[in-house]
Design a protein around this ligand. Structure first.
Ligand SMILES: Cc1cc2nc3c(=O)[nH]c(=O)nc-3n(C[C@H](O)[C@H](O)[C@H](O)COP(=O)(O)OP(=O)(O)OC[C@H]3O[C@@H](n4cnc5c(N)ncnc54)[C@H](O)[C@@H]3O)c2cc1C
Length: 261
């Protein structure tokens, strides 16, 4: 079964407490109206967890519902065309008088945003790991290419300008990896890892972005061509700084945890 997590809306991304999708109680059901934006697997999921406003304004008025896409009133809107991550489906989903059985309210009414933000902590670790994968692939490819490609009678790996680039990147990736594993280990121990998870996502996504830029640079003109995978990694890396909370949001989380300690 493929799942989807529908929190964001066209006007509520970094600030999900501003979401406006409505859920109204009618007898034994909730009636949902509104649209959710940029849902990963939105066009292909078998089960969707969607957050909607069942109460007043702010975070306390949001509940989470488990929805099956086959139900009447559930629609798939625009399927997005993206810079990268093109093998992943991203779509708008639309609710028009969608009747959700009362039993499909997840947990308690009004706690939906708390559940959603809690699951983002897991999700952010996943994105940090994804970013590390992209970064490591870029470094491996850049190392191989630097050994093979020749200029001025030498392998380009012999030039200090290239060597420094590879060295900085390797150090940056190892630092991000250590932080990601430490955050995961802390979470496994059941401790509060909010700050470490945000730090891991912030640094690993930066490493992925830097690795994409540098790998394309090491490849030179070939790096810009679709014939080589670094072009794709360069595009895929960017989203790791955006979804599951942008880098600015990670900094906000880190600072607020630091100031509370
Ligand atoms: C490929 C893809 C897949 C996605 N999948 C999902 C999904 O499955 N489910 C889901 O719910 N959402 C999903 N999203 C949405 C994603 O989580 C949001 O795009 C993200 O949270 C940012 O929200 P926004 O786009 O509305 O940006 P905005 O909130 O409009 O932010 C715009 C800019 O302002 C900055 N900013 C905002 N507030 C502050 C602040 N207080 N201080 C400093 N800077 C600030 C941001 O960092 C950003 O740079 C996906 C997005 C993409 C691109």
């Amino acid at each position: 079964m493929l799942g989807a997590f529908a929190l964001s809306e066209a006007h509520a991304g970094s600030d999900p407490a501003a979401l406006s999708c409505r859920a109204e109680r009618r007898d034994d059901a909730w009636i949902l109206n509104g649209a959710k934006a940029w849902v990963t697997n939105g066009g292909t999921a078998d089960l969707v967890l969607a957050m909607a406003r069942s109460g007043g304004p702010g975070s306390g008025g949001v509940s989470t519902f488990a929805i099956e896409p086959g139900w009447e009133g559930y629609g798939i809107g625009k399927e997005e065309r993206k810079m990268g991550l093109r093998s992943s489906n991203t779509a708008e989903i639309v609710f028009r008088d969608l009747e959700v059985p009362a039993a499909n309210l997840v947990g308690e009414e009004g706690k939906g945003l708390r559940y959603a933000l809690g699951s983002l902590e897991h999700g952010r670790l996943g994105i940090a790991a994804q970013a590390l994968g992209i970064a490591s692939a870029c470094l491996d490819l850049a190392l191989d290419y630097a050994r093979e490609r020749r200029a001025f009678g030498h392998a380009i790996a012999e030039f200090q300008g290239i060597r420094f680039m590879l060295a900085d990147l390797a150090a940056q990736i190892e630092a991000a990896r250590a932080l990601t594993y430490a955050a995961a280990a802390k979470k496994d121990r059941g401790e509060n890892a909010r700050k470490e998870v945000a730090m891991a996502k912030l640094l690993a996504s930066r490493a992925a972005m830097d690795a994409g830029v540098k790998a394309v640079q090491v490849y030179g003109g070939y790096g810009y061509m679709k014939d080589y995978p670094v072009e794709r990694y360069f595009r895929d890396a960017k989203v790791t700084e955006i979804y599951e909370g942008t880098s600015e949001i990670q900094r906000i989380v880190i600072a607020s945890e630091l100031l509370e300690e």
